[in-house]
Design a protein around this ligand. Structure first.
Ligand code: GLN
Length: 241
């Protein structure tokens, strides 16, 4: 079976709130299904390889986010990978960077990577807290639970589809959360997102392997199930309002 190649982009600039956990979950869920997997960490002074299967970008502070966007635009490897059908999963700062542009720390508009048809402006107040959202049924992913902390308000264009509709929290700011376009998917969810939402990890693995995946044995889901139940129960009253 072909080795699944995970590419963790710029851990030195983009990795807040334990976003690295997303890499660990993809590795684990692939291995438990017998899919060989290797992970490449690409620091911000290194070239992005174009032959990865799943690319991951985490959250970041405003300045590292701007720096990362500049470097990725100049590098071109990520664009080449997406053109070749690679899967891209991006969180928060990483998500904002995928749009046409986003609001930088000094209020200036910063050019994004243009891999998702959307743009993000800076908005007050900052969105901080738990988020619960129901995913576009076409993606077959259970309800999302996560944590958001961002200043962005994100507006999708016609080519990007909302990933989900919020029951609790702010997300994009218009009742939706996250976006996807082809095999490029972004979300404001930390937590880390794939640890709290293994169904989202399995979506990325389905896209990357171009196949349906067998369910994992129940004992392999015990801890993630407990975490999900705990987080969803903690906000259930708020989400119901
Ligand atoms: N710097 C961005 C914002 O505040 C993203 C923050 C993050 O990744 N947590 O909107």
């Amino acid at each position: 079976m072909k080795t699944l190649r995970l590419v963790w982009i710029y851990p030195d600039l983009l990795s807040t709130y334990g976003d690295r956990g997303n890499v660990l979950i993809l590795e684990r869920r692939a291995r438990l299904r017998g899919i060989p997997v290797e992970t490449v960490e690409v620091k911000s002074d290194e070239k992005v390889p174009a032959d990865g299967s799943i690319y991951l970008m985490g959250g970041g502070e405003d300045l590292p986010q701007t720096l990362a966007a500049r470097r990725l635009l100049a590098d071109g490897g990520l664009h080449e990978a997406v053109r070749a059908g690679g899967v891209l999963f991006a969180v928060c700062a990483g998500y904002q960077m995928l749009g046409h542009d986003f609001g930088g720390s000094d209020g200036a508009t910063v050019q994004g990577l243009g891999l998702l048809d959307m743009r993000s402006a800076r908005a007050e107040p900052r969105s901080v807290g738990e988020i619960v959202a129901d995913v576009d049924p076409a993606l077959r992913v259970p309800r999302l639970t996560g944590f958001e902390n961002h200043q962005g308000q994100t507006q999708l264009g016609p080519r990007a589809r909302p990933l989900s509709r919020t029951l609790l929290g702010v997300g994009n700011g218009d009742g939706t959360e996250g976006a996807y376009q082809g095999k490029v998917l972004g979300t404001y969810l930390h937590g880390p997102a794939l640890v709290r939402n293994p169904g989202l990890a399995d979506l990325l693995l389905r896209w990357a392997t171009d196949s349906e995946l067998p369910a994992l044995p129940p004992e392999a889901e015990t801890l993630s199930g407990r975490l999900r139940d705990e987080r969803l129960a903690a906000v259930s009253t708020a989400a119901a309002q």
